[in-house]
Design a protein around this ligand. Structure first.
Ligand code: FAD
Ligand code: UDP
Length: 399
C-alpha cells in the first residue's frame, strides 16, 4: 500500500497481523512472503528515512548512483535466493574485481596466479604457483591461515608474503586486531586462489548488480496491497518485550513480530552492549570519467582507510566527466552515539552475550529474530535472504 514517512494520526499497530521491525533484506523478504502465502496484513517499521537497509542506493548531487552504506555486490550460489530476488529485478553481468595496492603495485585479490608473478617476478612466481597447484590442486581456494600452517619453506614464503602484505595491515585497520586474533572464517572469506580467475567471488554462479539499483528492487519487493511501510519510526517507541509477552502500545500483541535490529537494543543493553565495528564512509566526487581501474582497490600496506570504491565501475552507469569514489575508515562502534553497527565482532565472549539476549526471547512464540544485526552474524545479502526465506517457511508452516 505504500511507503509513508512517520506514523499517521490514528495509527493502530495492533490492527496488523504482523509487525516487522526493519526494512532491509530480512524484513522486506519476510513481509513479501507472509502476504503472499498467508494474506497477512503486514506493517513494516523502519527507523531510517528510507527502505533497503544497508543496501540502500541513491543518486548523489552529481547524478552518480552511490551505495550510501558501503559497496554492495550481489553474489550467490543459492538458487532459491536468486530465483526469489529475480522476481523483483533484472541483473547486470557485473563481475566484481578487486586490486590490492601493495606498496604502490596493484595486484589481484584474492591473491592468485597473476598476483604471485607480480609479487615474485615471472619465473619465481610461476615456480611458486606450480608448487601451490601440486599441493592444493588447480582452481582451489586456500585460506591464508591454512596456508600459514604448511611446513614447507617455499609455501611459507608465499604465506608470509600474503599475510604481511594483504592481510596484516588491512585487518588491523578493519578490526583493530591482527588476523591471528580474529575468527579465521573472516580472513577465510578472501582465500588465496590457486588459479587465474581474478574475480572477488569466483565461485558464485549468480553475480551482478540489480539493473536499476537496490532501492528499486526493494520498492518492488515491498509494493503490495497488504504491506504498509512506515519510515522514520523507531519500533521501540511502540513495541517492547517482557519474558511472557510482546507488548504493542503497552498491551499484549497476538500477531507475529519479526525483529531485524540489534537484539541488545531491545533490552536497553542491560546485559552489556554487543560490540560492533562501524565505518566512516567519506564520499568524494571528482571531475574525471574514471579514477581507478576496478570497482574496489584495497589499501593493504598503506593509508588509514581500508579501501576505495568507485561506484560507476560497478554499476556501469555513464556520467561523463564526473565520478564518485568512497573511502572507508573503520573504528569501534559506540552504542547510543548514532553510529551504524556494521560488523559484529565474533568471539566466544560476544557469542555468549548474544546468546544471553537471545535466551530472553526464546519463550515468546510470536517473536522472531532474523538478519545480520538480529542474528549477530557476518551475513552477506544472500545469507540474509536465505535466512528470511527459511524463517518465513517456518512461520507459514505454523499457520
Ligand atoms: P540491515 O540492512 O541492517 O536492515 C535492518 C534495518 O532495520 C535497518 O534499516 C535499520 O535501520 C532497521 N532497524 C533496526 N532497529 C530498528 C528499530 N528499533 N526500529 C525500526 N527500524 C530498525 N553483502 C553482500 O552480499 N555483498 C556486498 O558486497 C556487501 N557489502 C557490504 C558492505 C558493507 C560496508 C556492509 C556493512 C555490509 C555489506 N554486505 C554485503 C552485507 C549486507 O549489507 C547485509 O547482509 C544486508 O544488508 C543485511 O540485511 P538486514 O536486513 O539483515 O539488515
Ligand atoms: N582482508 C584483508 N585484506 C584484503 C581483503 C580482506 O585483510 O585485501 C580481510 C580483512 O580482515 C577483512 C576480511 O578479510 O575484514 C573479509 O574481507 P571482505 O572483503 O569479505 O570484507 P567486507 O567486504 O565484508 O568488508
Amino acid at each position: 500500500m505504500g511507503i509513508v514517512s512517520g506514523l499517521p494520526e490514528g495509527f493502530n499497530a495492533a490492527s496488523y497481523d504482523v509487525i516487522i521491525v526493519g526494512a532491509g533484506y530480512a524484513g522486506a523478504v519476510c513481509a513479501r512472503r507472509l502476504v503472499e502465502a498467508c494474506g497477512s496484513k503486514v506493517c513494516v517499521l523502519e527507523r531510517r528515512n528510507h527502505i533497503a537497509g544497508n543496501a540502500y542506493d541513491r543518486e548523489d548531487e552529481a547524478g552518480v548512483l552511490i551505495h550510501e552504506y558501503g559497496p554492495h555486490i550481489y553474489h550467490t550460489t543459492d538458487d532459491r535466493v536468486h530465483q526469489f530476488l529475480s522476481r523483483f529485478t533484472e541483473w547486470t553481468d557485473y563481475q566484481h574485481k578487486v586490486l590490492a595496492n601493495i606498496n604502490g603495485t596493484l595486484m589481484p585479490v584474492p591473491f592468485n596466479h597473476t598476483s604471485l608473478k607480480l609479487a615474485f617476478g615471472e619465473e619465481k612466481g610461476e615456480h611458486l604457483y606450480q608448487k601451490l597447484v601440486a599441493t592444493f590442486g588447480e582452481n582451489k581456494k586456500v585460506p591464508i591461515m591454512e596456508l600459514r600452517q604448511k611446513n614447507d619453506p617455499e609455501l611459507t614464503e608465499v604465506a608470509d608474503f600474503v599475510y604481511e602484505n594483504v592481510f596484516l595491515y588491512y585487518t588491523m585497520k578493519q578490526w583493530g586486531k591482527t588476523p591471528d586474533q580474529i575468527d579465521p572464517s573472516i580472513t577465510g572469506r578472501v582465500p588465496v586462489f590457486v588459479g587465474d580467475d581474478d574475480r572477488y567471488f569466483p565461485a558464485a554462479p549468480h553475480q551482478g548488480m540489480p539493473a536499476e539499483g537496490y532501492t528499486k528492487l526493494f520498492e518492488r519487493l515491498l509494493d503490495h496491497d497488504l504491506i504498509n511501510v512506515f519510515t522514520g519510526v523507531d519500533a521501540r517507541d511502540i513495541l517492547s518485550v517482557t519474558p511472557e509477552a510482546v507488548l504493542v502500545d503497552g498491551k499484549p500483541y497476538g500477531g507475529d513480530v519479526i525483529y531485524t535490529g540489534p537484539l541488545d537494543e531491545l533490552f536497553n543493553l542491560d546485559l552489556g552492549a554487543l560490540p560492533y565495528r562501524t565505518l566512516d564512509m567519506v564520499f568524494e566526487t571528482l571531475d574525471m570519467d574514471q579514477f581507478q581501474p576496478v570497482g574496489t582497490v584495497n589499501y593493504t600496506t598503506s593509508e588509514d582507510f581500508t579501501r576505495i570504491t568507485e561506484f560507476k565501475n560497478m554499476t556501469g552507469q555513464v556520467v561523463p566527466g564526473k565520478t564518485t569514489i568512497m573511502r572507508e575508515y573503520s573504528k569501534a562502534y559506540e552504542p547510543g552515539s548514532g553510529q551504524t553497527p556494521y560488523y559484529a565482532i565474533l568471539e566466544d565472549e560476544t557469542r555468549q552475550l548474544y546468546q544471553a539476549y537471545r535466551d530472553r526471547v526464546k519463550n515468546l512464540l510470536n517473536f522472531w529474530v532474523v538478519g545480520r544485526l538480529a542474528e549477530y552474524k557476518y551475513y552477506d545479502m544472500d545469507g540474509v535472504v536465505a535466512s528470511a526465506l527459511a524463517l518465513s517457511d517456518e512461520i507459514i508452516a505454523n499457520r
